[in-house]
Ligand binder design. Sequence first.
Ligand code: CP
Length: 313
Amino acid sequence: MSDIQLDARGRLQHLLTLKGLSRATVTSLLDQAERFRTPPGERVKRHTHLAGKTVVNLFFEPSTRTRSSFELAARRLGADVLNLEIAQSSAVKGESLEDTLYTLEAMHADVFVVRHKEEGVQELMARHALAHVHVLNAGEAHLSHPTQGLLDAFTIRRHKPNLSDLSVAIVGDIKHSRVARSAVHALTALGTRDIGLAGPKSLLPKKGELAGELFTDADKAIAGADVVMMLRIQKERMQRAAVPSERAYFKRYGLDAARLKRAKPNAIVMHPGPMNRGVEIAPGVADGRQSVIREQVTNGVAVRMAVLNSFYP
Ligand code: CP
């Protein structure tokens, strides 16, 4: 864990990674998220805890879910929100990240929500930020997507409260997945030991890099699982994974009704989105009775509210 993530009192100053976060910290964030969760169809509650604060979304990579839910989370807590359009910003004229940070700080930005394809950008910003400013990682290279890990753990806990007894299968391109890494870090913090990571050999992490048993046979990883988390496969990676086509990938690693039957009958099906329907998951499973994929999206807003709120105890 980064040495600047926690303040001198052990509270979150920034959220850069879930790796190494304590069970107590993760549990407290999930408990807070319960407070903020509004089921679909119900009127959302407005809070004022972040009134007078400004949250800036800096997304150097595309996003639907994370960016929208951070914006909604911040607004529902009463904050002002600025979505900086990177393509229209002075970043394209070569302005450095530090200068972008200093410029927005000078306009009273208090929280930066940052997604970037390069490693270490969020930490660099946190190291240069003013003492009262918070940096939140909204997706960093293949390494970290902490609020996704938290919302996944939150969704699992709502369905399967005893996390230490669970068997979780994560299937797909684990090697390049920040979602898989953050999910494993969250689950490990909460005591889950039985984690299976399945995918083509070239898309698996190095042995020992991540907690969990490695499988090239998806059926073995899914057998008896309580939770099946499917990951998006990037089409350009299939060739390198010796999977010649989407059809071939689906046959070996895709989750259809027959493969899902190998999991426990009450297993839940997850996917962080965006989904390639028919490539890693059958539409009937994505929309089926065991799917919690839309709940994950709903829970994402609550979890992001909890994280933002935690910066202002
Ligand atoms: N799960 C996720 O990070 O989705 P977006 O890329 O749409 O934010």
